[in-house]
Write a protein that binds this ligand. Sequence first.
Ligand code: BGC
Length: 762
Amino acid sequence: MRKSNFFILIISLLVSCNETNRPGFEMNSDNPTKSSLIEDKVNTLLAQMTLEEKIGQMNQYNGFWDVTGPAPKDGNASKKYEHLRKGYVGSMLNVRGVKDVMAVQKIAVEETRLGIPLIIGFDVIHGYKTLSPIPLAESASWDLEAIKKSSEMAAKEAAAAGINWTFAPMVDISRDARWGRVMEGAGEDPFLGCRIAEARVTGFQGNDLSSYNTIAACAKHFAGYGFAEGGRDYNTVDIGTSTLNNIIFPPFKAATDAGVRTFMNSFNELNGIPATGNAYLQRDILKEQWKFDGFIVSDWGSMLEMIAHGHAKDLKQAAELSVIAGSDMDMESYGYVEELANLVREGKVDKILIDDAAKRILRVKYELGLFDDPYKYCNVEREKEVTGSKEIHEASLDMAKKSIVLLKNENNILPLKKEGQKIALIGALASDKTSPLGSWRIGADDNTAVSVLEGMQHYKGNSLTYSKGADVSIGKTEFAFEVKINSSDKSDFGKAISAASNADVVVMVLGEHGFQSGEGRSRTELGLPGVQQELLEAIFKVNKNIVLVLNNGRPLTINWADENIPAIVEAWQLGTQSGNAIAQVLYGDYNPSGKLPMTFPRHVGQVPIYYNYKNTGRPVLPDEDIVFWSHYIDESNSPLYVFGHGLSYTSFKYANLKVNTLDGEVNVTVDLTNTGKVKGKEVVQLYIHDLYASVTRPVKELKGFQLIELDPNETKSIEFKLTHKELGFFSNNGDFVVEPGDFKVFVGGSSKTVLEKEFELK
Ligand code: BGC
């Protein structure tokens, strides 16, 4: 683009903020009558509340205590209990099951002065008791309907257990597989992240928040948490404005536009200010610019952590900074309940801020229908009927199959034959019934997942021998739980080798245990943990016909496997129905169509690695052997598997890419043909590159995708429309701009696209 003739189209300008007394106080609802009714009720109630009761709404306590008296394991239980009776608690988390929820709700409703119901929060991340695949895996489906359905089912099961608010979806973009929480997000791309944020929010919340089947969602962690330095959880974040505006914010904005009712701030700092005390994030961006009218909960203890950050000298100052910055509810720091009333009396905190926060929380409680019937989520019969129902299990299996990514399949070793094959199944994870549940499985019971062994046992036409081979080593961590910390035991290798020697095909299930990714589980190495790599190589020496099934919560470096093993299936942690889903894919009863939502590096030293990188002033010149360009001297720049990669049991051909520009809109069409022998689905991906811009643009940006199913030999013409929304970007002032000039458009089945064309935006 030439600077002289560019125009700037400012679509979302800073909204002027005359309403400093009522930050972001508009109602968003599409039903103004209902909204204003609720608003009246909130105001009437607020007028009756004491300062302490308003602050009480802003206080959230963790559960796990005996409601008939303090539990000895929780030193604060008696205080929590007393506060609950006084109406100084607005919400509890980690109380679950109709009986327990009912018990605390009864105290709030029947024993406090005003009888304001609690909002009951829980980490329903990918299911409550029946688990779906971890969110990163679900994202690999690129199937927005299925993802929405999965959240809908999670909401239904959780709501039946008395829960009315989930701390999900996590919409943090991350480019760093070392960060254990990549398993909880939608991967590295903001466009895919936006669509998935919308699907999850609408899945959890439905069309009617007051229904007993829906729960309030929470977009977390605002903001930048996925960019922890070195991939080390909770570490400092240091990012530029352009990355913040174009990569990190969009999924949060999409969640807001989809009507998400709550936000959670984050543990990290942004520009030296911890997110919980960050007014730029919470007041300027979220509440004023984006007009978010729900409430923000802090992350666990994050207010208190402002002292360790070196931002607040004590809890009192942390509470003051947090409320001024717009953090409405305190999760387990005890800051608001202990300090806020004094801060108001001393004139350090304006009462208006307390009113605003309390109103936001009450508003969501009204929307949930908790004032109409505080026990509406507490129906024992419904709990029995819904928990683990057929409908929920079926949706979980469907989602699990759709989440699987076929990374490699040489000589069509997959699908397996249904009869007459001798199969050796190897790996501790193959028989594990807990690991597939992942680390966010607080509502689910141990040993409730279908293992790969069980899933394969349904196919009776083959002989199947199972051998563990080696444990999954978790390395040095206090979060080991039941995972064996044993990196050197090879005593089972012999049995596995002999089983493999006698088999036609060896299926090896290797990777990370479910507890090896997730919060607090960062890694410095991304290979197969423990002696699993050695086991793989030892088996390969006796039988090369190996199908490697990966279980993992993050991209792994599996170069050796990619070079040597003929078939590799990415099966993540797939939840309760894991083994059935994997078996159906291995035996060809389900044709995989998943695509990677995160780049797989060749080496951990390449991380952060992502497809939408910038060209730099010294881009890679593949044909020139010179030193001074942006590269490594010991590894290529390219990843092992690109973003968007994933194979099928059939093959697809892309042809006839056409681009038409008219009145600032761009029409793109392409023909897709199924050139293989079986029916299959393909995720058709469209990327753009804005070649010259006032703020440099990535070499490729995903701007559209469609999931298309085709019969063998069938061809479909696929159409995409690119509007200003897709062609613009956020400038460093936070303005959305569309700059005319030269663009490229790319289409294909991964970010390594096959077709491209240039066009000029006038
Ligand atoms: C996590 C949040 C979670 C909260 C409540 C925190 O440690 O960062 O994502 O929702 O705990 O369990």
